[in-house]
Design a protein around this ligand. Structure first.
Ligand code: ZN
Ligand code: ZN
Length: 253
């Protein structure tokens, strides 16, 4: 990733073994920047955003008290979301610290379209999959324009490389045009760029884990979760607190 050369000398064992070589493609310096986040009071309980300053309103935590007396420590985004959405929608965790090296990796992989970099986080994803193996993993659809530009779906490819099964029970229905160029009525119609394939969703066993690469304001994730909640409410089988969680590799700060 950093273009530093890697030592590639073969051991005697590798030369005489008939197994495929399992060689590292990344140097120790790059790999050291994959830092797992552990939930703590330094992070938002709704989305893993780190609280970095008690003075900055966007970097500090807010206490939200539920009707049953439970208190949650949320970032500003989650606090606002909780006023609009049920608590089940605020069960998101980011897996890794979003530091400059990881930003560089995501930029080259997702925005630069370098599919070879998909294996950088394979062991972290496999560990997560072991812990959440009883969940049905879901990914959100990519716009056809982005798919054509990159030639791959960034989240799907990560899961394929990590050998994690998933489903995508939504169709992409946005037209890729920016929200700013629309009037209010058109913006409302654009509210969700994807449409739930209800039959497919109902055929998948709960609980669900929605996986995304990077969580920004949460708007996309909230729409996705709301579509699931509505679909199950409509068939009188509402999702319960443990039926729906989400993970992203990173939380944008
Ligand atoms: Zn490197
Ligand atoms: Zn949050």
């Amino acid at each position: 990733m950093c273009q530093n050369s890697l030592s590639s000398s073969l051991s005697w064992q590798e030369i005489f073994s008939c197994c495929p070589l399992n060689r590292q493609h990344y140097c120790p310096t790059c790999s050291r920047h994959k830092l797992l986040l552990t939930p703590s009071d330094q992070f938002c309980q709704g989305c893993s955003r780190p609280f970095t300053s008690a003075d900055d309103p966007f970097q500090k935590g807010y206490i939200y008290q539920e009707e049953n007396g439970d208190k949650h420590y949320y970032c500003w985004d989650c606090y606002r979301w909780r006023q609009l959405m049920p608590a089940i929608c605020l069960r998101h965790q980011a897996l890794l610290e979003y530091n400059p090296i990881m930003k560089q990796w995501l930029a080259s992989y997702k925005y630069g379209g370098d599919a070879r970099l998909a294996d950088f986080v394979v062991s972290e994803l496999q560990n997560l999959a072991k812990k959440y193996s009883h969940y049905q993993w879901l990914v959100l659809p990519s716009s056809p324009q982005h798919l054509a530009e990159r030639g791959f779906h960034p989240c799907e490819l990560l899961l394929q490389v990590a050998d994690i099964g998933y489903a995508c029970p939504w169709n992409y229905v946005g037209n890729g045009q920016s929200q700013a160029s629309k009037n209010r009525q058109q913006r409302l119609q654009l509210a969700s760029p994807f449409e739930l394939k209800r039959e497919q969703l109902l055929s998948l066993q709960r609980p669900y884990l929605i996986f995304d690469d990077v969580y920004t304001t949460g708007a996309t994730m909230m729409r996705a979760k709301r579509s699931l909640l509505q679909a199950f409410a409509a068939v009188s089988a509402p999702l319960m607190a443990d039926d729906l969680i989400s993970f992203s590799l990173f939380r944008e700060t």
